[in-house]
Design a protein around this ligand. Sequence first.
Ligand SMILES: Cc1cc2nc3c(=O)[nH]c(=O)nc-3n(C[C@H](O)[C@H](O)[C@H](O)COP(=O)(O)O)c2cc1C
Length: 186
Amino acid sequence: MLPIKNMWKKTAFFFLCLLLINTATKASAKNMERTSPLWTHTQRLFVAYGDAAFAAQNMALAAESLGLGICYIGSILNDVYKTADILQLPEYTYPLFGMAVGYPNHSPEQKPRLPQDVIFHRNHYDREQLKPSLDEYDKIIGQYYESRTGGTKEDETWTKQIARGLSGPLRKALKPYLEEQHLGLR
Ligand SMILES: Cc1cc2nc3c(=O)[nH]c(=O)nc-3n(C[C@H](O)[C@H](O)[C@H](O)COP(=O)(O)O)c2cc1C
């Protein structure tokens, strides 16, 4: 995946949205009065989120196999109401993320990945290994940031970045919007 700024201008942009129930479904569902509350259930939300994420991943793989690059864009949720307004989303629908697809103008080296033992656990979740592995990864990613920015991004690590991200204000409109869409209520 590529950061968006590395794309050519000629970029297509897709919006991936959950659409739990649409007009066609409503029209064909004979017993809608009785079954509609099921769509408000949290379990439905999780299944739909999984489906949309799998579809997005398949789109990404297909695009990359054709020599295109992609970048997921979560910032369409910075103002979820505006995004929903622009897309004229009906009820029971939730925007998840965008996906920019375009021809990369260069091929940067791959960003170092988190160590396997941080993301892949056998039989049980292994807490013991986390700290040493993340310490090691912080060193590697620190060097990567330094080399990519010509030394201007000094002393940056993955754990610092994540901690900063978690300390900032979150997108507070997501929950009320979700509820207004009758999703994940039960
Ligand atoms: C759900 C999701 C939302 C994302 N939103 C953004 C975004 O808004 N802007 C951005 O530059 N990168 C965003 N990213 C990150 C990029 O898509 C990509 O993962 C990142 O550039 C790292 O690329 P790499 O995996 O090739 O290292 C998002 C990733 C995910 C999975």
